[in-house]
Write a protein of this length. Structure first.
Length: 91
């Protein structure tokens, strides 16, 4: 049973990774779209849409920056933590 649960956990991890990559890609594209030069002939709606996309891109970038730091800290704590008090002192 342990092997099945381990494989299912790995599948979930891969799915989350793909989902994160897609979101990161989307946020980067939003930031790029928001950062394009405004032209005089752009309508107010287009300028507003660019501003919103740029804002969302910044939000996404800051989210992923913070998320990476949090994950790195968590991994560091796991590596430095004693092994569940040596399996509760071998019971």
């Amino acid at each position: 049973m342990k092997k099945i649960s381990t494989n299912i956990g790995r599948i979930f991890a891969h799915l989350q990774s793909v989902f994160d990559e897609l979101l990161d890609f989307g946020f980067k594209k939003m930031k790029e779209a928001g950062g394009t030069e405004e032209k005089k002939e752009d309508s107010g709606i287009k300028r507003g849409a660019k501003a919103v996309l740029g804002f969302l891109g910044d939000v996404g970038e800051s989210f992923y920056d913070a998320y990476e730091k949090i994950k790195a800290e968590k991994v560091s704590r796991r590596k430095n933590a004693p092994e569940k008090k040596k399996k509760l002192d071998k019971a």
